[in-house]
Design a protein around this ligand. Structure first.
Ligand code: FES
Ligand SMILES: [Fe+2]
Length: 330
């Protein structure tokens, strides 16, 4: 019998502070797909557990990543999202200009200052790696190679013939819960009957299986009908690949503080595919999961529940996740 993590870890800002270092800085964080920045100067900026990061396509086509933090007085270089910065990254506070390789090109209007060497004030670069065109950053710089983390997905994508058309768009949803509350909900199919009645009609709930492959949790279930392909793959600590019959959705479960989570969905689909059914199904599942996760969070916050137990039959993924969190926060 495995006990659950103590409820305090789901409501404590200090626990989240420790997770930022031990989980998010130490691991790989999803940023986006290279097709979102096709031209020189195109950038993609986001926050990885509260650390602003910007990836930019430099001259020659290479993509580089930096902390989105100016070396003068910590101004932002770009707003979050996508755009084109032209030939350089210009701080939005006092206008310092950086080349796309991070060098400080000009401390605009700064004036004379004895001992100030602009070469020592380049942007702080961040370790970046690509897998099948997906961009990931590792802020701590010491995570295992990205290919090793994602090797189980390589096999899966090949077996299932998952293709990635370039067409893509994003949508986001905000949840009033700790990120672990949502991730754990994602990691089991036990709740499908009560929480997702429409999905329960489409899949063989009794045959739902979650298996761990390294740090990847694979969900497989035979489908009877509908837009889902019965395949969902989660990757430590907060990413998932949701396979649909005519596309793929990458789901990034981003903490925005200890009590807020933002789901960033990045959709890939066959050109011209009618997405009405897929988006309706996706929105419905998200709304159902949001409602239950926020209700669970309110109960965790209420202070009555301390710990519970996990089902070896249904909650293998949750158990693996909680053990890893416990080890890292020890
Ligand atoms: S903070 Fe960037 S120029 Fe001042
Ligand atoms: Fe769910």
């Amino acid at each position: 019998m495995q006990e659950t993590l103590p409820a305090a870890l789901y409501r404590d800002p200090l626990a989240y502070g420790r997770e930022r270092a031990a989980v998010f800085d130490a691991g790989w964080q999803f940023l986006g797909h290279e097709s979102e920045l096709p031209a020189e100067g195109d950038y993609l900026a986001s926050e990885a557990a509260g650390r602003p990061v910007v990836a930019v396509r430099a001259a020659g086509g290479e993509i580089k990543a930096f902390h989105n933090v100016c070396r003068h007085r910590a101004g932002p270089l770009t707003q979050d999202g996508r755009g084109n910065c032209g030939g350089e990254l210009v701080c939005r506070y006092h206008g310092w200009r950086y080349a796309l390789d991070g060098r400080l090109r000009s401390a605009v209007g700064f004036g004379a200052a004895e001992g100030f060497d602009p070469r020592a004030f380049g942007l702080i670069s961040v370790r970046l790696a690509l897998w099948r065109g997906f961009l990931f950053v590792n802020l701590g710089g010491e995570a295992e190679p990205l290919e090793a983390l994602l090797a189980p997905l390589d096999r899966l994508f090949e077996e299932r013939g998952v293709r990635l058309p370039a067409a893509s768009f994003r949508r986001s949803h905000d949840l009033a819960c700790n990120w672990k509350t949502y991730v754990e909900n994602y990691l089991e199919g036990y709740h499908i009957g009560p929480v997702h009645p429409a999905l329960a009609e489409e899949v063989e709930v009794d045959a739902y299986r979650v298996t761990m492959h390294g740090a990847v949790a694979l969900h497989e279930v035979p489908t009877r009908s509908g837009v889902n392909d019965g395949l969902w793959a989660w990757v430590w600590p907060n990413l998932a690949f949701n396979v649909y019959r005519y596309g793929l959705m990458v789901e990034h479960m981003r903490p925005i503080g200890h009590d807020r989570t933002r789901l960033d969905y990045l959709y890939f689909h066959e050109p011209g595919a009618d997405l009405t059914d897929m988006l309706a199904a996706s929105d419905q599942l998200t709304a159902e999961d949001k409602a239950i996760c926020e209700a669970v969070q309110r109960n965790l916050d209420a202070g009555v529940y301390e710990t519970g137990v996990l089902s070896a039959r249904h909650e293998v993924g949750v158990g693996w996740f909680q053990s890893r969190i416990a080890t890292l926060l020890r």
